[in-house]
Design a protein. Structure first.
Length: 1103
């Protein structure tokens, strides 16, 4: 991702380049380090400034032409009419030209440049790849994007001139000219003023950190700076000036032993966005070029190492470029090519379901193992937009012990005082986490490195070494020869800086983990708000780091939970499709059907790829979402095929005979007995003109109503309600012609719908839900005079990152309230369902909301059809509640998290928009309200107000984002007690996972008309997966504990199990086998634990 274009500490700056530099964090680190750095005197500062002025030729003004010009590189071209521009000027998206004649001056600030080498680099940015062509005196010298420095003068002579012409090719966004670097290099015979200045500043940053209070070391630095003879430079006495530089270097070298006690561990890498401002097909070529460059540089630089995440990139190379992949495999074997991340690619880590995150690692690690014979212990996700609190447990139970990200440096409000730290999940699982300065450092300047390390040592006391990531990123590239040469230059033994070394990340983590002080204070956001962040001094040779026991909430890209709503709906649905298909196929495998491993694996890979962080965020160009839709269509078709075949196999064993009518089988894919409403189409042998009745096994009437019919074929679409469908099981019903009455508790009028549990009242003038009365607890959920389900719009014009950001202060401005309605009317009044429809028109958009209540239901549903055509507008649904507290609860992968509803400090104020999965809940412990959704991820909760973000309408990078028709639903679930007592977790799953009903043939079978294949005896655990093992003959059953209650859990599993074993998320055994008693397996679970059990079956089912 590109870097931000403002700084969060009240300072403005123009930023350049596609390098994702986290400048907010850099500024924080720099300012933090400078607070403790040596304070140079005005005279010393003058020396440093004068030395700095000798590093580069001035950028100066350039002739500029917007639009292409034939042969714009020719020296004979008359460019006198071209516009003259300075750095920081903008250009359009089409091709543009820049020209300038560069001349070597007689002296540069008094310094003789005779014999110097001058390199050239043109800097421009277009928030994407910047293809450019560089010409010197009409000759093309470089072509490509993210170009390295090109030699402009090899043996400079005063008065020597070169005409430089640069053509920038068309780009996806407007261009910005950021200047040029014309770096001066000096011969080995002359001392290098740039190097000496770098050593001065580096020492100034590191000495106070390595030797606090040492006056002797400070005096050495002062003496060395003072020995630089600027008067000789002013007098153009080059020999005397050079001699003073040599003397200063000799004096400064006394600090080398101290500085060399610190180490810069330099790890080459390339962050590659799978799809962002370019489609994934282009990324394949980017990966090939980046990996090819890394392999080539390894042959040129024996100490160079390269670190790379995203197993899908390796798979692409193996499939498309096997020769290149063989070379990579050799480097992996040597230990110079490091595999990290362990995931299929770098996904979003807030919105995907926990099972998706597990499969990211399972498939990623399997791919690494298959291609290279090894896996990784390092989680690597430097660019995702926040990190859920269960991630340490997911990592740890997947064999991953470390975690790397730099993204938290981008926070717009608070910088976390974290560098190296333990990150702990609610269950107590911990990984050692590290925040590098950035993932795309384009230089190895010891000045930057020293400031970073001085800052890092304040957050991890006693830290002896710092991991630094370098290499061109986002659109690939990786380390360059310029970077490697710079690194090797500073590794020369006479340099007075900390020790530098190239190396992979794993040795760094192994080293620092072995030096950690066992005393580690526990911090969270409350701790930070209270200012209680002092780290105790460690024993000599040890490092003290904190333990962070909270989520890593990203205080910046808050709009990513909403943008590209269709993609988010597809993300949610596709997870459900593949998980259900996996369960049904696994059960059918036990019944003798061949397990469709390839089909399910391919489906998962499509699902996982489209959870890449920029895809999931909605922050890419439009074409990548069209391509994603094709993937989702394929997933839907493939998983439907798998499910249909598996269910056919299962129903073939079921006794579906009945006294009359046609059999209908209803499947429940969730791991508990549940009720619900669903639909089915049935074809009857006789006309159902008088009505259609559904009967259960005992010939009791199942409440139903006909939705549509085709009298010619006697086909009827039925809506029906069941109370008890077995856990991960089925029930057989029968449909027959004729009408049989049943009791319904539904009552309705033009503005009121109610059943025995709820009463919903809609204001005919505003469309507000003015009453959501919980009859079970005799409590009015909506605050007095409040407007429930109030549609609110906000002006949504972020300063930067249009698709990504909702800026601080957006919700502080009073919203526009959509209280004007076209109509409010009762449109359906059946025995099972009553619907009040609210229709609105606002500006260019149309809204239809069906407020629905079903017979016997404990929740109401709001179904939305919105034709959205706004620009820079954000839409929310708001619920002011009668019961509230100082926190709300939100679902996260494999669990929940409480977040404040107060705004008492900067950390609470920053959480004005937060991620959640299927629900959020607000209440006072006696009464509560859960707001469920089927495809949304952004919420906010403040005081007694709970809101769900429905839509946004940014214009960059996709100018048409979300301007289309949208269909989604959310549910309103008032309850007594808290969300735990109300089983909101289960309600969230049930709202997203439908019962599946299908008409089948009547036949005999060994299985009863009602059956559960698997279940769990505790309601504080959720079964998330039932799948065939990756290898061998067994089933994997996974569940998690969500209420904070430990104890034994008894699983009921399909018959025939011979043994059971606890395994980790990678399906590797953990502990001794567990006894199986018939179809029962009892396993321990601790609070908030994700537990996985392998159930073994012998002999192997027929394949």
């Amino acid at each position: 991702m590109r870097r931000p274009t403002f700084l969060a500490l009240g300072l403005a700056c123009c930023l350049t380049g596609l390098s994702s530099l986290s400048l907010q964090g850099q500024l924080f680190d720099s300012m933090h380090a400078e607070q403790n750095a040596v304070k140079f005197s005005p005279a010393e500062t003058a020396v440093l400034d004068r030395l700095k002025s000798l590093q580069t030729l001035p950028s100066g003004s350039w002739r500029f032409h917007e639009g292409d010009v034939p042969h714009g590189e020719l020296p004979s071209l008359d460019d006198s009419s071209w516009q003259e521009v300075q750095p920081k000027s903008e250009a359009g998206k089409e091709a543009v030209w820049y020209r300038r004649t560069v001349e070597i001056p007689k002296t540069l600030h008094g310094y003789d440049l005779t014999g110097a080498e001058v390199s050239f680099r043109f800097r421009a940015n277009a928030n994407g790849p910047m293809p450019e062509i560089i010409y010197f005196n009409g000759r093309r010298v470089a072509l490509g994007d993210d170009l390295e420095q090109v030699q402009l003068f090899s043996d400079a002579k005063p008065g020597e001139k070169v005409l430089v012409a640069v053509k920038l090719l068309p780009t996806v966004d407007v261009k910005r000219f950021d200047g040029v670097d014309m770096k001066i290099s000096f011969t080995a015979k002359r001392p290098n003023p740039e190097d000496l200045r770098t050593e001065f500043v580096s020492a100034g940053a590191m000495v106070p950190s390595l030797a606090p209070g040492s006056e002797a070391d400070r005096k050495i630095l002062t003496k060395a700076v003072g020995e630089v003879d600027l008067k000789a430079l002013d007098a153009a006495n080059q020999a005397k000036f050079d001699a003073s530089l040599r003397q200063a270097q000799t004096t400064l070298s006394a600090l080398r032993p101290l500085l060399q006690t610190a180490t810069f561990h330099l790890t080459g890498n390339s962050h590659i966005d799978a799809a962002w401002l370019w489609p994934w097909e282009e990324t394949v070529d980017t990966v090939k070029r980046t990996f090819g460059s890394a392999v080539q540089l390894m042959s040129e630089y024996p100490t160079y190492t390269y670190t790379q995440s995203a197993a899908v990139y390796s798979q692409w190379m193996a499939d498309k470029y096997p020769d290149l992949n063989r070379q990579i495999a050799e480097r992996v074997k040597e230990g110079r090519w490091e595999l990290v991340g362990g995931m299929w690619l770098e996904p979003d880590l807030n919105m995907p379901d926990g099972e998706s995150l597990v499969r990211q690692i399972l498939i990623g690690q399997e791919t690494f193992q298959k291609l290279y014979g090894k896996t990784t212990r390092i989680g690597w996700n430097p660019d995702s937009f926040g990190y859920n609190w269960q991630l340490p447990q997911i990592y740890k139970r997947s064999g991953i012990d470390y975690f790397v990200t730099q993204k938290m440096h981008w926070n717009d409000t608070n910088q976390l005082p974290l560098k190296l730290f333990w990150w702990e999940s609610p269950d107590g699982s911990k990984v050692l986490a590290y925040f590098p300065h950035d993932y795309a450092n384009n230089n190895l300047d010891p000045t930057r490195l020293s400031r970073d390390m001085a800052s890092a040592r304040d957050f991890a006391t006693g830290l002896p070494s710092m991991l630094d990531l370098y290499g061109v990123g986002d659109h690939g590239g990786g380390p360059t020869r310029t970077m490697l040469d710079e690194g090797l230059h500073w590794m020369e033994k006479d340099k007075v800086i900390p020790h530098e070394e190239f190396g992979t990340a794993q040795p760094y983590f192994t080293q620092v983990e072995g030096e950690l002080n066992p005393t580690s204070p526990t911090w969270d956001y409350k701790t930070l708000a209270a200012g209680d962040t002092k780290l105790p001094a460690p024993p000599t040779g040890e490092i003290t780091v904190p333990t962070w026991k909270d989520e890593l909430y990203f205080e910046y890209h808050r709009g990513v939970f909403t943008t590209q709503a269709d993609h988010k709906r597809n993300m949610r649905n596709s997870e459900e499709w593949v998980l259900d298909a996996e369960k049904y196929a696994s059960l059918a495998w036990l019944d003798g059907q061949k397990y469709p491993a390839d089909e399910i694996s391919d489906a998962w890979k499509h699902v996982l790829f489209n959870q890449f962080h920029d895809l999931a965020a909605g922050s890419g160009i439009g074409i990548i979402y069209k391509e994603a839709q094709k993937d989702y269509n394929q997933v839907r078709w493939a998983t439907n095929e798998v499910s249909t075949k598996a269910l056919d196999t299962l129903t073939a064993q079921v006794d579906t005979r009945a006294h009359s009518g046609v059999p209908v089988v209803v499947f429940n894919s969730l791991g508990w007995q549940r009720g619900g409403l669903t639909e089915v189409s049935v074809q009857l042998p006789t006309s159902g003109a008088e009505g259609v009745t559904l009967l259960d096994e005992k010939n009791h009437v199942v409440p139903s109503q006909v939705l549509s019919s085709d009298p010619k074929t006697n086909t009827y679409k039925l809506l029906f309600q069941l109370n008890d469908v077995p856990s991960l099981g089925y029930v057989v019903l029968h449909a027959e012609a004729g009408k049989k009455d049943f009791r319904t508790d539904l009552k309705s009028s033009d503005t009121t719908i109610e059943n025995d549990n709820l009463r919903v009242v809609v204001d005919p003038q505003t469309g507000c839900i003015t009453s959501l009365f919980d009859k079970k607890t005799n409590f009015e959920t909506i605050a007095k005079d409040g407007c429930g389900n109030e549609l609110q719009t906000f002006k949504d014009t972020p300063k930067d990152y249009d698709a990504w950001n909702v800026d601080p202060g957006t919700y502080d401005v009073a919203p526009t309230l959509l209280h004007s309605v076209d109509s409010v009317k009762l449109v359906e009044q059946g025995p099972l369902r009553s619907v009040i429809r609210v229709a609105r028109t606002w500006q260019s958009s149309k809204f239809t909301q069906d407020i629905t209540l079903y017979a016997g239901a404990d929740h109401a549903i709001v179904s939305n059809d919105i034709d959205w055509h706004e620009t820079h507008v954000l839409l929310k649904a708001s619920f002011p509640l009668a019961a509230s507290s100082d926190h709300a609860t939100f679902e996260i992968p494999y669990g929940t998290i409480d977040r404040p509803t107060t705004r008492n400090n900067s950390f609470e104020k920053a959480k004005f928009e937060v991620p959640a999965m299927r629900w959020a809940d607000l209440g006072d412990g006696q009464h509560g309200f859960s707001l469920l959704n089927n495809s949304k991820y952004g919420y906010d909760a403040v005081d007694n107000l709970l809101r769900l973000t429905l839509l946004r309408s940014p214009t960059w990078p996709d100018p048409d984002a979300d301007r289309e028709e949208h269909h989604f639903s959310y549910a309103l679930y008032p309850h007594g007690g808290d969300w735990k007592q109300a089983l909101t977790v289960r309600h969230g799953y049930e709202f997203n996972y439908d019962l599946k009903a299908m008409q089948v043939q009547a036949h005999s079978g060994e299985m009863k008309p009602e059956h559960s294949f698997a279940s769990i005896d505790k309601d504080n655990v959720v079964l998330t997966a039932l799948k065939k093992t990756e290898s061998g003959d067994g089933l994997i059953v996974r569940f998690y504990e969500w209420a904070g209650k430990g104890g034994d859990v008894t699983l009921t599993v399909p018959p025939g199990a011979t043994s059971a074993t606890l395994v980790n998320l990678m399906e590797k055994p953990e502990g001794e086998p567990i006894a199986v008693s018939g179809d029962k397996v009892t396993v321990p679970v601790t609070p908030f634990e994700i537990q996985t059990v392998q159930i073994n079956y012998k002999p192997a089912p027929a394949m």
